[in-house]
Design a binder for this molecule. Sequence first.
Ligand SMILES: [Zn+2]
Length: 218
Amino acid sequence: MFEGPLQDLIDELSRLPGVGPKSAQRIAFHLLTVDPEDVTRLQSALGAVRDGVAFCRICCNISREAVCRICADSGRDRGLICVVEEPKDIQVIERTGEFNGRYHVLGGALDPLANVGPKNLNISPLLQRIGGVLPDRELADSTPEEPRFDDAPEITEVILATDPNTEGEATASYLARLLRDFPGLTISRLASGMPLGGDLEFVDELTLSRALSGRLTL
Ligand SMILES: [Zn+2]
């Protein structure tokens, strides 16, 4: 244990995901030795991420603009939506080069033990994109008062690409049930070959690329 600001910094760093006490100490000591300009840059980056990050009003991805780069890209297939848990999953799928549709970021997965229900995820905006708000009581009070998007009739397939673990599977089943009554909509799930119990982020590109191209219709 150290005294004063150094220990405060170590404590704060240790609270970050994936940073243990040892790494926190190493980062803190590193910051003591770097140029003041580097520290200032880090400071402003931290401030900017807190104040400046917005979400795409279509897909809920992190975006600088009201509509993200992917949603704004007219070269992408507007009929396809790939549903993922987190913005970082988009990077993973983009790296496969296998998907040319657009995304929808749920902001997590259903997890009753952690009190994460449908209301806590971006499910209502997904339903709006597809063409309607379901009269689902679980979602009723989370439906945002936003206009529907004009691309709704174009959407032909929703690929459920939630993580291949318990929460991800539960979320995919929930969405599949919710979406199956939309006429003309195909719902699919990443094919087998995905390591069970895992996180999409850690699946290698080839496996993910195969899982995408061999996706199963639900
Ligand atoms: Zn977007």
